[in-house]
Design a binder for this molecule. Sequence first.
Ligand SMILES: [Zn+2]
Ligand SMILES: [Zn+2]
Ligand SMILES: [Zn+2]
Length: 921
Amino acid sequence: MKANLPTTEPKRVAAWQQDDTYARALAAAQGPAFTLHDGPPYANGHIHQGHMLNKVLKDFVGKVQTMSGRPAKIFPGWDCHGLPIELAVDKELGSKKRDMSKVAIRKACRAHAQKFIDIQREEFQRLGVFMAWAEPYTTMAYGYEARIVRELAKVVRAGAVYRGKKPVYWCIVDRTALAEAEVEYDDHDSPSVYVAFPLTAGLGKVLPALGDRPVDLAIWTTTPWTLPANLAIAVHPTFQYLVYELRGRPTVVASDLLISFLAAVAPGDLVEAKRQVGGTRLDSASLTHPERILGYVEGRALEGLQYRHPLVDRTSPVILGDHVTLEAGTGLVHTAPGHGQDDYAVGKRYGLAPFAPVDAAGHFTEEAGAPWSGQQIFHANPAIVAALADKGALLNAPNEHVRHSYPHCWRCKKPVIFRATDQWFISMDATSLRQRALAAIEDVEWIPAWGHDRIQGMLQGRPDWCISRQRAWGVPIPAFYCEGCGESLLDPALLDRVADRFETEGADAWFERPAADFMPAGQRCPKCQADRFRKEEDILDVWFDSGVSHAAVLDARGVTLPADLYLEGSDQHRGWFQSSLLCNLAAGRAGSPFRRCLTHGFVVDEKGQKLSKSLGNYIDPQKLLAQHGAEIVRLWAAASNYEQDVPLSEGIMKQLAESYRKIRNTLRFALGNLSDFDPGKDRVPAGELPVLDRYFRSVLHGFLGRVREAYAKHNFNQVHHEAAYLCSTTLSALYFDILKDRLYCSGPKDVERRAAQTVLHEIVDLLCRALAPILSFTCEEAYAFLPGHRESVFVAGLPPVDAAALDEKLEAQMAGVLGVRAEVQKRLEDLRREKTIGSSLEARVSLAAAEPLEAFQRLGGSLEELFIVSQVELAPELRVERAAGRRCERCWKHLPEVPENPPLCRRCARVVQEFSSRQPS
Ligand SMILES: [Zn+2]
Ligand SMILES: [Zn+2]
Ligand SMILES: [Zn+2]
């Protein structure tokens, strides 16, 4: 048994494949199937540390289940469509792409995905992961593409899909809508702009003192580029507002925000106030100029007032909204219904259009107004601020910025915007999808438990699901548009026809064939009766692709739903867990497609920082395997507290390699003493084992019981701890030391040696089978060396706990004896230091004949063995001293019985005699 893991492991992987070990292990499991459904990694690039952690954890679960009798056949999956592959292919194709058809681009994307499926498959296999590699699922398989459309048809049939113009996350670099899960929050510097919008008439009706003096509404924004799209100003109906005379102009602002407002726009007013009140307490009543507060008004009294836009020739209303807060700004919210979700929602109640005069690449359209048309929105920010200043509408200084958390695109890392476009949506409420999803998560077991609250919060707050994307590489949304009246047609019966064609031709058919090929003869527009249609160009959000995997894979392959387990990174509460749940419910099925949902954290460095090439803490999985082997990676995954972020570093891997060495050496020592042992003939019945051996069997089966319990809770960390402690402390440092005399000095066939071998055999057998889910390579290898074994360790299965081996009383007694042993060892060490003795076998021990007397008596002749000394007797007090007698030259025990010639103890004399009588003379 050599530990050269990086070289031996690939051979073991090949042998597993050749022998079809996984299939045979599945066949050996006779219980009901266990379904762990593999969430599909994206088929782009080599695997990273997160993939390693995920797939290895899944492998642990699959092997534990299969080896405990529930066959867990896992179909590995790959997510193939979508933007990252399309962008990678864009880059590869370069300028060639311009001359290529959509179908040709899609073919290049397909080839790219296939290439990385092959690469990743090999990398996952190299980790020793057992999955049905010959039966994978890919979201680009024709059958899968067809099933996506059939699932969409079900959602359409249920009445949950609609087409609408709503603001969605939009990346102006990638020119596409983004899903919630494709947006990351990061710090961003934005302009901080306070703007005065003049009311068209005075506030005299509400505050007679003001008469018909012109009044301004003050707003605050960090996106000046959305100002051309301003269609309203929202106030909270119950907040108190006041009119402040700002530089001679009555200006409306929320009372509670006056101080911070003045700090931003008229700090001079506040300096005076500070002087007056000693800077201790600032509220609007302690201002120097109370006379500048011209009156108070409740928000609802402002509803319906009209104001003029300072930059555009337009008059708009003040509206009421409960989304207005007092966290920042002025309490009056600039509202652009085409560029914000709250704005859209409140605007809808007031009949405002989702006006978004910005094109896909982020340039203002002509609708934005002549000065801005054609400009990139972020570049236009300073010009817009300057124009406000020109018109006297800018209240604070130009060029002020604020650093805040802002959504960014997950691909290009650039800030995203909200932009209203015509998109397809799955309504969260039309079919009570939100309510049903919230009910369904109550029936799921979330591990860790906070997963429940996390997904619950996300479901409660999420907007309708925008399922359309403006890209080429995906499954089309098979809608049609009437050439006569423009009406859109998304008909479930037509979708099923499209799916039939995809089944044999793939989704490319949509881009290759005319609309008529997907329609029955004589299809007419339900609105205008025209008979000519064009096809939708948008494709489906890839989260819909993977979200239907339970249907396209499990259901399609005859696996009963719900699955027993989904196991992914904790970012999937807003990704795959959620899309799977929503797809299942939206298609009209009940409940969650998974019973239990287990999440793990991200892989980070020792300081908790994300691993990245730019930070220099990135560890290449391939290098890790080449240096330590997959087995140490597996041990890392097992030893991790995966509910939190999982640190990975060279130092951690070295520690684990050390822990691994102890486990491996334990197996090695035991196997090294079994070469002449035939369990069929030589095994000593449990009842006839010496009491010491019975004690270690009891410990071994206690260990096994705890390991099985830990497995049931997916607590691999505990398994690692138990195994490391058993191997290093209980076995290597104690039992194996004790056994050496019996193993090396007893006659080969002596019953005490056979007894030791019986237990060593059981140790290897049990350890290999119990740890095989984690240390698959080592346990399979060691098991193959075990005399009498017939099968792969995975076919052998997890060993049962032998209840008869458990002896609590003996373990309690031994706890006392081992306490005495520790004391004896200290005394032996003292004698060694004084040079009274060399080895402990030169010592005799007089044990205080008190507690644990019963245990001493029970152990009897085994006490010398346990203490590794030559003589033990019971005496009034504990004494450790040099043993009397001569040293046996064979076993080095000091005994009075050893004669001068030959200097052998009785046992050794007999063994030598047996040896020589067997030698030919
Ligand atoms: Zn982007
Ligand atoms: Zn029509
Ligand atoms: Zn001897």
